[in-house]
Design a protein around this ligand. Structure first.
Ligand code: FMN
Length: 384
């Protein structure tokens, strides 16, 4: 009996250890019937991962690889897609779910959904409309979009595509060249952007094998000497709120709070920088257990591997205000503006349906009572 149990356990652990990584689950999308290099039909996209499958089928391999790459062994890249399943939901029933509110405000700007289009370089690799496609779809949908400083189009071209009342933020890499930095800030302000995400998780461009294979050179002009002191200097150079993007520990979150930062952006850069760095939900749990006041005292943004409505809800439940997605929209852009629009509407519907089935009438009121985090807790670091 004892031996049988032992053998069964050994067998099960071998099977689990050998479980292959699945980039996208089987959603029934049939690409084998369409010639490689041909775009499938937009109406056949029924879930966010469908867009990546379609883009891989259609895009030149080098362009797809630039979007898809993670760093080193891509452990963080893979974990981002798998970790949400480690957190289980605790749905509550028999509440009136006939009215669900998804709208969210940050810095007194109200958006129709609690997710946003995260900054990502080179939208033009998927579609000639590049970043303008994102601006237009986000504008119509009242969704936050933050273009990257390494965009295909110029800051002014992106800014001028906005609707009159549309609110956009802008990502910044801090140039070594102080004149360029001052000019970047001025251009962002003049083009009407309302806040800045300054990326802090890339003192040096990460090791990215898939990107290197196709000879993509690093286009990022970022000062490796950028420090918390320079962050304070940067804030004096602009009237816009400056939010550090790439926070991964409670210590850095606390420094940001002590310095009076208006917010933090929890992210590991889509697993493209330091491999085996933590996922946003792990960092959230670390902050929640060691310094929960952070979620109350600043605006918290987070991203990485978000593909489903339930992923968004899990991060919101931890205390995150707005949840970002980059690759889903980059891949949806193979269909142009219509693709981005379909991806936004798909996520809007998922968050709405999932919130109703979780028992959450207003996404601003969700909290950790809706989560079972027992499986995640074993990795969380405790402050001494
Ligand atoms: C192709 C690509 C380009 C990116 N470019 C930037 C960038 O220019 N600046 C930045 O701060 N983050 C950049 N990121 C990171 C995203 O902002 C975001 O943190 C991450 O991709 C979120 O994970 P997801 O792609 O799984 O949604 C990029 C990500 C991708 C995939």
């Amino acid at each position: 009996m004892y031996l049988t149990t032992l053998l069964l356990l050994l067998g099960a652990s071998t099977v689990l250890a050998e479980r292959p990584f699945v980039n996208e689950p089987d959603t029934g999308l049939r690409l084998d019937e369409i010639q490689t290099g041909t775009l499938p039909q937009l109406k056949d996209m029924h879930t966010i991962p469908d867009f990546e499958a379609a883009a891989r089928h259609y895009m030149p391999i080098q362009n797809y690889s630039y979007y898809r790459t993670g760093s080193s062994g891509e452990f963080s890249y893979r974990a981002a897609l798998e970790i949400f399943n480690e957190v289980k939901l605790r749905p509550r029933f028999l509440r009136d779910m006939s009215n669900i509110s998804l709208s969210t405000s940050v810095f007194n700007y109200t958006f129709s959904v609690p997710f946003f289009i995260a900054p990502a370089a080179r939208a033009g690799l998927a579609h000639p409309g590049a970043e303008v496609n994102f601006v237009r779809a986000a504008g119509v949908g009242k969704v936050l979009y933050s273009p990257s400083l390494s965009s295909t189009l110029k800051i002014e071209q992106i800014g001028s595509a906005a609707l009159p009342e549309q609110v956009m933020f802008h990502q910044l890499y801090v140039s070594k060249n102080k004149t360029k930095l001052a000019s970047d800030l001025k251009r962002i302000e003049k083009s009407g952007f309302k806040a800045i995400f300054v990326t802090i998780d890339n003192p040096i461009h990460g090791i990215r094998p898939r990107e290197a294979r196709y000879g993509f050179s690093n286009v990022t002009d970022h000062d490796s000497a950028f420090s918390w002191d320079s962050y304070q200097e940067l804030r004096k150079m602009t009237h816009l709120p400056v939010i550090p993007k790439g926070v991964q520990t409670v210590e850095d979150a606390l420094i940001a709070l002590q310095l009076g930062a208006p917010g933090i952006y929890i992210s590991n850069h889509g697993g493209r920088q330091l491999d085996t760095s933590p996922q946003a939900i792990e960092t959230c749990l670390e902050i929640y257990q060691n310094a929960p006041e952070i979620f109350k005292r600043m605006e918290v943004f987070a991203d990485g591997g978000v593909r489903y409505g339930t992923d968004v809800l899990k991060l919101l439940a931890m205390g995150v205000k707005m949840v970002g997605m980059a690759r889903p929209f980059l891949f949806a852009n193979v269909f142009g503006e219509e693709g981005i629009w379909r991806a936004i509407e798909m996520m809007r519907r998922e968050v709405w349906v999932d919130a109703a089935n979780l028992g959450v009438r207003d996404v601003r009121e969700i909290d950790t009572s809706y989560l079972n985090m027992k499986r995640l807790e074993r990795f969380v670091w405790e402050m001494k």
